[in-house]
Write a protein that binds this ligand. Sequence first.
Ligand SMILES: [Zn+2]
Length: 330
Amino acid sequence: MNLASTITAVKCPVCGTLCADPPLYRYTASEAATHFCPITRNATRHHRLKASITKLWSGDECNILQCKECQFAFAYPFVGGDEEFYSILHEQQGYPTWRWDYDLAIREALSPFEKGQILDIGAGAGMFLRGLEPQWKRYAVEGSELTREPLKAAGIHVFPDLSAIPQSEFGTFQVVTLFQVLEHIADFRSVLAQCRQLLCAGGRLFISVPSGEAMIRQEKLTGCPDMPPNHVNKWTPDSLSRVLHDANFYPQPAIFESPSWDNLKLSLHLRVMTKATNQRSLAAQVYRISNKRLRALLLSTLGLPALIKLLPYVQQLRQGGSFVIMGTAR
Ligand SMILES: [Zn+2]
């Protein structure tokens, strides 16, 4: 497919403005597969990912377009990863940890209610729900069958997707949370509409997403792409507020993640990891070392030249990568 000739007709999925500027980025399926799993790490998984991405894009190429009006940026073809893509990707996932936005959700979204029903969409291992006080009746939407079982065992009511929640539950939730989910979904309007249906009047929808601006900065400074079809949306507070308003919510002002040294550490890690996707790089050679301790030691050594290169941008790299917006159901 010749994308360049069709891009002129693409409308911003948030505000409808025509996006006629050249794309911010252009990726091939091979680059995307290399980003998620370099061929040197696991050739079979790399090729399976590439085939799955090519199928999603109905071709070999994906562009990232940005709207001039609301600054929202999105993948074109505008299609998120499916079950097959994530099942291959998640074979290599790390352990979940408690996040800054969980604390914020408890303080901002849960605290106005003494008790109630809460739904976490894309709950993963259920780290957030497991950390809640017992007066909360906990529900989860989780697409992976493997993850659903331990959630059930922890006493959480689990659904495989939003449409599986029965109508009898509509209007009964005080809080719905979407932690780092909305950047993955092309059909975000239908997700937000379903969230509104589930919430009672005055109920809270708590959303955290990577900041589109931070993702563009990350790509510029570390070389690490915010790669589709995993992330297909780059949100800004303005664009997210617009779609929340359209879905019958009162959007609250955005809250940004605080600057921290951990964010700088993550940037160094991303830079070394991105270098390692080049098979001939020193970083790639180090990743081939099977002795874990030696590999970790050498990788931290490689972080040093990365740090020197990034030194002029320390303040920018310490900035948080995500922001939070809460919507109150109208
Ligand atoms: Zn727009």
